[in-house]
Design a protein. Structure first.
Length: 392
């Protein structure tokens, strides 16, 4: 049975062209880029070439890109790095209530360290209001962190306006752009952000590698001490194959993301239309227009997402009930609760996220099996019975 993979927001397959370039460096260019002999200098050159490609993808300078192990480390580096560097100037950080756990859990850690954190509310679409940010800023505020695109519902935040509000008050601005980079155009200069996180495995690169954009002049306290790699901000021998693979993935994304959007959005829109037509009592989450073209998050009333995932998996259909980082939790998504959904509805969520290898056949398969799965689960659910979906 063919696998239908619709969980691209969790991770993407590695593009074969990325695999090819990584294999070359794993097999033949294994040298330490900090060494002084000629082969090591070739490896260093490859690392810097990858840095240029990643910088170009987000319209940054190469010396503003620091390679990390992924989005979570980049978020930690941004928040902890700023907090520790500016702790004598202030101790207040602002973020949103729908951030990825890499930001939220870092903020909770910083609260234990004596920092104060304000969690901004969002509207029913998941949007942060710039006026709410303006009200929350205090003289002690040193950093604002708001994600560019939400990983669960796909809503795209007004980052440029939010960054302007922060800068009007002399406050640094970070955005977790992990779900945006490689999918939609991201221009760090145009957005006006000071720090920006990205991760290679969200745009067909390898897992375990990402980057943090640090605007020239912004200072951070390093979290990893040791050698002088990555401008002394991240000690340790570089993950050369991963970095080179990230550069290749960035290069491919620059060339192909427009075509990808044109192919994927109609598939996402068709699945949304078919689900609403064939399954009663469905809520579509996220902004109807300001949303990632590949993301569809729905709540199907009177059943739990976990049951749907289990039965879809029997047909080799891979989807999510929320963020991959919280998939082991029985708690409903914090994002869905933040946009105002009650627990019993938030529990019934499914996230379909598309990528460049999806086809009409994938949509057909979901539409073929999902309505029947929902009917069967509602028939045995006490909530379904209460609302006329149980056995007669």
């Amino acid at each position: 049975m063919r696998e239908v993979y619709l969980d691209y927001n969790a991770t993407t397959p590695v593009d074969p062209r990325v695999v090819d370039v990584m294999t070359t460096f794993l097999k033949y260019y294994y040298h330490n880029p900090s060494s002084l002999y000629s082969r090591a200098k070739e490896v260093r050159k490859a690392v810097e070439s990858a840095r240029e490609k990643v910088a170009k993808l987000i319209n940054a300078r190469p010396d503003e890109i620091i390679f990390t192990s992924g989005g979570s480390e980049s978020d930690n580096m941004a928040l902890k790095g700023v907090a520790l560097y500016l702790k004598d100037r202030g101790n207040h950080i602002i973020t949103s209530s729908i951030e990825h756990h890499a930001v939220l859990h870092t903020c909770k850690f910083l609260e234990k360290m004596g920092f104060e954190v304000t969690y901004l509310p969002v509207d029913r679409y998941g949007l942060v209001d710039p006026d709410e940010l303006k009200k929350a800023i205090k003289p002690e505020t040193i950093l604002v962190s708001v994600m560019m695109a939400n990983n669960e519902i796909g809503t795209i935040e007004p980052i440029k306006e939010l960054a302007e509000v922060a800068h009007d008050h002399g406050v640094l601005f970070h955005t977790d752009a992990v779900q945006a980079v490689g999918k939609i155009p991201v221009d760090a200069k145009e957005l006006g952000v000071d720090l920006l996180s990205l991760s290679a495995h969200k745009f067909y690169g390898p897992k375990g590698v990402g980057a943090l954009y640090i605007k020239k002049g912004v200072r951070l306290y390093p979290l990893i001490h040791g050698g002088s790699q990555e401008k002394k901000l991240r000690a340790g021998t570089e993950n050369v194959a991963g970095i080179v693979g990230t550069g290749k993935a960035a290069e491919i994304a620059m060339a192909e993301m427009g075509h990808e959007a044109q192919k994927i959005k109609p598939l996402r829109d068709r699945l949304e239309k078919e689900i609403k037509e064939k399954i009663p009592e469905v809520i579509v989450n996220g902004h109807p227009e300001k949303r990632l073209f590949n993301t569809l998050n729905v709540c199907i009333k009177y059943i739990e997402g976990e049951g749907m995932l289990t039965l879809l998996d029997m047909y080799r259909i891979c989807v999510s009930s929320g963020s991959a980082c919280s998939s082991s939790s029985l708690e409903p998504s914090h994002v869905l609760l933040a946009i105002g959904l009650p627990h019993e509805i938030a529990h019934g969520s499914l996230r379909f996220s598309f990528g460049k290898y999806n086809t009409e056949e994938d949509v057909n398969k979901v539409i073929e099996v999902l309505p029947d799965i929902v009917s069967k689960l509602r028939a045995v659910s006490p909530y379904g019975s209460e609302h006329g979906f149980g056995d007669s």
